[in-house]
Design a protein around this ligand. Structure first.
Ligand code: HEC
Length: 137
């Protein structure tokens, strides 16, 4: 007899706990959260469009023309050479084509870069020189 009542209590408790958990489950079907609209991606990720040209300049040109493009007297292969300033009037007055031509084909002590850089890279270098050293857009 004791055993039966114990079993019954158990069943009752079991049923109760099921009922309890059932009412406890939140019925939040109404509170359907409107999905947050994803933030619109910023139109221009802050990537420097001249980053490649900057790197190319540092690698190929800086040794002679200097970090600031000012050129001057530079010792190359135990030879003193006078490097044109990319900030000087002379360089400013040249057209883009003329500058690209000097970079492509070289001039006097200025080495030719046609085998090292693509036409696009040279064009980007001209833009870089204009902007960075000559303050032009
Ligand atoms: C070995 C040294 C050296 C290196 C490296 C060099 N240059 Fe020159 N560059 C010169 C010299 C010297 C001149 C002047 C040439 C002349 O007297 O006609 C010059 C001239 C120029 C000119 C023409 C300036 C003007 O007013 O006519 C441009 C543009 C130029 N360099 C860009 C570059 C770029 C871009 C690079 C790298 C890709 C580069 N140079 C690498 C030595 C160098």
């Amino acid at each position: 007899m004791k055993l039966i009542s114990l079993a019954l209590t158990c069943v009752a408790i079991a049923l109760l706990s099921i009922a309890c958990t059932e009412t406890a489950t939140p019925t939040n079907t109404n509170t359907s959260r409107t999905a947050a609209t994803p933030a619109t991606p910023s139109p221009s990720p802050s990537v420097d469009p001249l980053a490649t040209a900057r790197a190319n300049y540092a690698k190929n040109c800086e040794a002679c023309h200097g970090e600031q493009g000012t050129g001057g007297l530079v010792k190359v292969d135990n030879k003193q050479i006078k490097v044109a300033s990319l900030k000087a009037d002379h360089a400013i007055k040249h057209t883009d084509d003329q500058l690209a031509k000097v970079i492509t084909g070289g001039e006097e002590e200025m080495p030719a870069f046609k085998d090292k850089l693509s036409q696009q890279e040279i064009a980007d270098l001209v833009r870089f020189i204009r902007k960075e050293f000559q303050g032009k857009p």
